[in-house]
Design a protein around this ligand. Structure first.
Ligand code: NAP
Ligand code: ZN
Ligand code: ZN
Length: 348
């Protein structure tokens, strides 16, 4: 076993504190990398607070992980010591089901293994621990190459916020000629704006925070609508081809569905705890669809990272000391982050 350190929640009621634990030894197909930065996703907060399901504690969160390879197993061909790499939300899957064969490991029919708050049934049967820690051991198939063209700290959020917005925009071929609304301007939302603009769509931000207007324009958004302003909302009725919904709390679906054109699609990536009510009448008129999308497969994640390197796209971040993680969560809950906190693991 490899002894390491992290920050863990010992229960859903406690703040994160330092915790010593072990990683598995580096197997023939494993890559061990020392973590340099880890992004702070709203999913971390949902999970340490047991908002989605009963979690496994102690829990070391973090699935936007980047670092430098320290050791590789004897059969590893694709990575060498010193490479800059990353890992996102998954560390394993069955590799045998149709979805895995199709590069959709996130929808593995036998269950993918999440980077933390999961048990790795494909290896050691032990709980997985995430990136708020010094080092990690991951099967080579779930490790991504990161270009040295990109600022590393700002690249970390691409591993979740990036792929989670890139994948649905690619799947629904959002681009030139489309009007895309990005609902919620947080970690995921600001990446959706950058990708939407890069793919040629006309991008409108739908936000509850009037103070984000200027910043949204700087991100490249063409329009900004404050969703608490009834007049602005009324003027936007029936105008979007797609809404990419990144909201982390319960919200008014019929209101947002009314902003779609005929045949418009409302794509959910935000994962609030409470169920959302969608009356049939909100989608019957105008033949609208409500869809969902989860992160992205490994091949597509590499494609997204390469696209970002070519197009100089990274996340806008605020680097934090790991000691400040609890106040970062408080600020994230208030929507007070531009647009992703990233932990400098050297502070651990
Ligand atoms: P975040 O940085 O906290 O951003 C969420 C944004 O939603 C906020 O900045 C705020 O934007 C808006 N918002 C918050 N509460 C709202 C409310 N009550 N009504 C309307 N808007 C509200 O969170 P994130 O890290 O981007 O994650 C967003 C969600 O996606 C989370 O639920 C997370 O678990 C989920 N997620 C899903 C996947 C997936 O695979 N599908 C992957 C990663 C994360 P404004 O201030 O602009 O209104
Ligand atoms: Zn995430
Ligand atoms: Zn599978």
């Amino acid at each position: 076993m490899i002894a390491t350190k992290g920050y863990a929640a010992q229960s859903p009621l406690t703040d994160l504190t330092p915790w010593d634990f072990n990683r598995r030894d580096v197997g023939p197909h494993d890559v061990q990398f020392d973590i340099l930065y880890c992004g702070v996703c709203h999913s971390d907060l949902h999970q340490i607070r047991n908002e989605w399901f009963e979690g496994i504690f102690p829990m070391v969160p973090g699935h936007e992980i980047v670092g430098k390879v320290a050791k590789v197993g004897e059969h590893v061909k694709n990575f060498k010591v010193g490479d800059i790499v990353g890992t996102g939300c998954m560390v394993d899957s069955c590799r045998e089901c149709q979805n895995c064969k199709d590069g959709l490991e996130q929808y593995c029919e036998n269950g993918n293994i999440q980077t933390y708050n999961n048990v790795n049934k494909y290896t050691d049967g032990l709980p997985t621990y995430g990136g708020y820690s010094k080092t990690i051991v991951v099967n080579e198939d779930f490790v991504l190459h990161i270009s040295d063209k990109l600022d590393l700290a700002s690249t970390a959020p691409l591993l979740c916020a990036g792929i989670t917005t890139y994948s649905p925009l690619r799947h629904w071929k959002v681009g030139k000629g489309h009007k895309l609304a990005v609902l919620g301007l947080g970690g995921l939302g600001h990446m959706a704006v950058k990708f939407g603009v890069a793919f040629g769509a006309e991008v409108t931000v739908l936000s509850t925070s009037p103070s984000k207007k200027e910043a949204a324009k700087k991100l490249g958004a063409h329009n900004f609508i404050v969703t608490t302003d009834a007049q602005q909302v009324q003027a936007a009725k029936g105008s979007f081809d797609f809404i990419l919904d990144t909201v982390s709390a319960s919200h008014d679906f019929p209101l947002y569905l009314s902003l779609l054109k005929t045949d418009g699609i409302h794509i959910c990536v935000g994962a609030p705890t409470e169920p959302n009510e969608i009356p049939a009448h909100a989608i019957i008129g105008g033949r609208k669809s409500v869809a969902g999308s989860g992160i992205g497969g490994i091949k597509e994640t590499q494609e997204m990272l390469d696209f970002c390197a070519e197009n100089n796209i990274v996340s806008d971040i605020e680097i934090i000391d790991i000691k400040d993680i609890s106040s970062a969560y408080e600020r994230m809950l208030k929507g007070d982050v531009r647009y992703r906190f990233v932990i400098d693991i050297a502070t651990l």
